[in-house]
Design a binder for this molecule. Sequence first.
Ligand code: LLP
Length: 427
Amino acid sequence: AQTVARTGEGAVAVGGLDVRALAEEFGTPAYVLDEADFRARCRAWRDAFGQDADVFYAGKAFLSRAVVRWLHEEGLNLDVCSGGELATALAAGMPPERIALHGNNKSTEEIARAVEVGVGRIVLDSFQEIARVAHVARALGRRQPVQIRVTVGVEAHTHEFIATAHEDQKFGLALAGGQAAEAVRRVLGLESLELTGIHSHIGSQIFDMAGFEVSARRVVGLLTEVRDEHGVELPEIDLGGGLGIAYTPEDDPREPHEIAKALGDIVTRECEAAGLAVPRLSVEPGRAIVGPTAFTLYEVGTLKELEGLRTYVSVDGGMSDNIRTALYDAEYTVALVSRSSEAEPMLSRVVGKHCESGDIVVRDAFLPADLAPGDLLAVPATGAYCRSMASNYNHALRPPVVAVRDGRAREIVRRETEEDLLRLDVG
Ligand code: LLP
């Protein structure tokens, strides 16, 4: 994971930098991201999937120009799901052919921009969109490569599935009942669309390989139907993202090479059984790449002890920089990082500074009883879906993302200022 160590004085150092110095230079709260770790994770995914597959980093987890450049350098592709993410990708020089555009309700403008710049893939999510993308491509004189996103009907039994593969939800076209087959029929009938494959994303923060395996089997099943009905062998399969990471010591995530092997084996076996050429596989990890690479650094402001119950430890951020606890009951750990302490553990709840009692960062944690204002706390595994879902609630200034590498630190996203807040105010 991150290159974290204790200094002689008991403070934590990341990438060779003392967190106290980072707090001094960049302020708190701040997301501190280990660039070497990010790059290593990119390479682990690339190496695990090899030359016959593509890894699309899911930009929704966290995107900035620096991240796009790292991805480019490490040989990853990029999945974007909005015009804003697409603009960021293009601004940082990601070659359009390595970009895939997602979304269940892409605007005509988003579609037009994507087709115009020549994105390598648009993932079609509805019947209306098939017509829309075909129309835009025709008008621009293009033949746009597309995949069709299907829902494979995997049931979400556990809270680990932030599920998107059951049929009763907004994404994709259902395999069951023939919606997906009908979508294939329509796309194949449209000159301006080139159907390259089928896409399935079953959900997020998943530890169990079984869901991915069912998904792979059912997608190959559709490829077989397509071959039988149309005499066409689609050359690609995308099995989405969703691999879980460790937020707490109880979490036991799978490694990229494990998911690569599981998916590769199933796809190969099923294709061989059906007499299909093995299609090119792609995946879209977001959380598993960026999640573990960053922690949030906070400063303790106030403490409120409730005798026999717990101590509320208020930090200088909260639900505006990490909404996941409030939104999903997500679990995190927290540690005192500006010094060591031998004090007794005290049951604590780390809360933010926002105007609601649900503003919780870490619900239950043991922190040393001598914790005091000015101490620095770190909440690990906040690289994914924290800065990207951050808000200006209570006109909070969104924290910077500080990248550390080889003993050097720099902001790759700067802290917001009051001028930033006021910039959009009219009148
Ligand atoms: N591909 C598609 C089509 C997706 O919708 C997503 C995530 C991914 C890939 C990447 O999934 P990952 O590998 O990061 O799990 N805000 C939630 C997560 C929502 C995920 C949405 N889609 C959270 O904070 O847990």
